[in-house]
Design a protein around this ligand. Sequence first.
Ligand code: ATP
Length: 252
Amino acid sequence: MIRVEGLTAGYGGIVAIDRLSLSIAPGQMVAVIGANGAGKTTLVNTIAGLVPAMAGAVKLDDVALTNLPASEVARRGVLLVPEGRRILGPLTVEENLRLGHLAARSRGGSRVADMERVFALFPLLRERRQQAAGRLSGGQQQMLAIGRALMGRPQVLLLDEPSLGLAPVVVAQVFAALHTLHQDGLSILLIEQNARRALELAEYAYVMERGRFVRHGPSAELRQDETIVSYYLGIERTAVPGLARQEGTHAR
Ligand code: ATP
């Protein structure tokens, strides 16, 4: 069980997330939806140890992770698939996956077996295992970023906008993989602007505005909420990369 309690963080004294609390039970998938700049990335980056917390706590099974170095948070089993993927382009697919295993090294387990599981989820990565990761398509790079995090044997997987900039058919593939991981019992925190898909996939969701959670509840309930429907689900998201950022504040 991962718990976030009153988590507050920001940049240069400016608060970007303000006293956020949430929890993810074992095997649960929780989504955070919200417009550009709401603070979603700051939330996951603070959980992952990449942004320092100004107040509050992150606890995994009641053990505090707050303000541990990011590498240590990963070693404890909280693995981030960052926005923009951040795969290492000059390295091969397999080398990227091996690097992902470093987070799991102290917890034992077979790297070969873990890699087989990633290849079972994303068969294309097996075919391309000797290829430079930078030559993969955007969708394949997203699969590799997820695979790399899985190599770290997550107890909790944090995903920051895995659908960003991908064509709808590829988004469907990535979300199908997340569904499989969820079915297999992995705990997942999914950050998404693609509110429609996020609310289909996760069983519970939080709506974020200007660094605060303004609503939360079972996804099925939020899908019935007229304000959320008109504001977050009213306009289908376009798959044109970068357009979302230029358009300003409304989520799709
Ligand atoms: P997006 O969908 O654009 O990634 P988001 O919901 O993830 O949005 P954040 O990226 O967490 O939002 O940004 C929250 C606020 O913090 C915004 O006002 C943003 O401008 C600000 N911010 C984010 N990163 C930094 C940074 N490195 N330095 C200063 N301010 C930042």
